[in-house]
Design a protein around this ligand. Structure first.
Ligand code: C2E
Ligand code: CA
Ligand code: CA
Ligand code: CA
Length: 277
């Protein structure tokens, strides 16, 4: 409406961002074959006993030119381009391989949790990939947790429900990540076999600021309890938040207060010290 010139500026902006995305996609495609990904591990604790329970595996992209690219920047692009199927397979296998190596060093009671993208369910044969990762690495399925978001659970088909059922039946535990941010109604909690709810960190972070978030977090904890699910809070950044969560009966926590995600070597040294909160 402001005239052709303005429109041209916009289109150049769009064109350059498209070029940028295409460039990033081709770098990302190379990253898959050149193994530029690494996993960092963030400790998860039992709030009741203070014990270390396991770690969430979080992918990092180390590109020779771009440096360390955070997942917030490339996961969406990887999902749109379908590359997440290959990346996700690598992540799963690497997390299982690493936990099995640690298991052999004595970490027999820790779990590793891996994030799964909805695209891995819709475009990849996720069940076969999981089975292959376990077979290849020999990891006990009871040491593996898989995190899916509510958006994955809108595939409300019989086929999908039986797939999830079979995955859980093998001993793997399923968590719902970023719980409370999805818009789906909660009836899926009765249909899907899940083990754990992870309260989204936006609620946790605002816990000390407003009454509404206290109500929200406390409602999620009660919901989890009444469905006999484990409940984890992520994004715990200060002592007051930890105390409030413990008081409300939250089971588990992770966050910068305890530890940031760290390279495998560091997490290995860390769990060996048998840390407690
Ligand atoms: P997420 O699954 O919700 O992971 C938690 C994110 O919160 C991580 O960011 C973690 O570093 C960060 N975090 C943990 N504790 C705190 C805290 O106390 N304060 C703050 N401010 N942040 C905290 P990260 O590693 O950048 O990952 C971002 C998102 O990227 C993840 O969110 C997840 O959705 C996605 N992601 C990461 N790795 C993978 C992967 O292997 N596959 C897939 N599909 N997605 C992944
Ligand atoms: Ca997660
Ligand atoms: Ca989360
Ligand atoms: Ca998230």
């Amino acid at each position: 409406e402001a005239g052709r010139n303005t429109f041209r500026f916009f289109s150049e902006d769009i064109r350059s961002s498209v070029t940028e995305s295409l460039h990033l996609i081709s770098s990302l495609r190379q990253a898959v074959t050149q193994e530029e990904f690494v996993l960092h591990y963030q400790p998860v604790y039992d709030l009741h006993s203070g014990r270390l329970l396991g770690a969430e595996a979080l992918v990092r992209w180390q590109n020779p030119k771009l440096g360390m690219v955070s997942p917030g920047l490339f996961i969406t692009l990887a999902e749109k381009s379908g590359l997440i199927v290959d990346i996700g397979q690598w992540v799963l296998t690497e997390a299982c391989r690493q936990m099995q190596a640690w298991r052999q060093e004595g970490a027999t009671d820790l779990f590793v949790s891996v994030n799964l993208s909805p695209v891995q369910f819709s475009r990849g044969n996720v069940e076969a990939v999981i089975a292959q990762a376990l077979r290849e690495t020999g990891l006990d399925p009871r040491q593996l947790e898989l995190e899916v978001t509510e958006s994955t659970l809108i595939h409300d088909t019989e086929k999908f429900i039986t797939t999830l059922g079979r995955i859980q039946h093998s001993g793997i535990r399923m968590s719902i990540d970023d719980f409370g941010t999805g818009y789906s109604n909660l009836s899926y909690l009765q249909r899907f076999p899940v083990h754990k709810l992870k309260i989204d960190q936006s609620f946790v972070r605002r816990l000390m600021q407003g009454q509404k978030d206290v109500a929200m977090v406390s409602a999620i904890i009660h919901l989890a309890k009444s469905l006999q699910l484990t409940v984890t809070a992520e994004g715990v950044e200060n002592e007051a938040t930890r105390e409030a969560l413990t008081r409300m009966g939250c089971d588990q926590a992770q966050g910068y207060l305890f530890a940031r995600p760290m390279p495998a070597k560091d997490f290995e040294a860390y769990w060996r010290t048998r840390p407690t909160l």
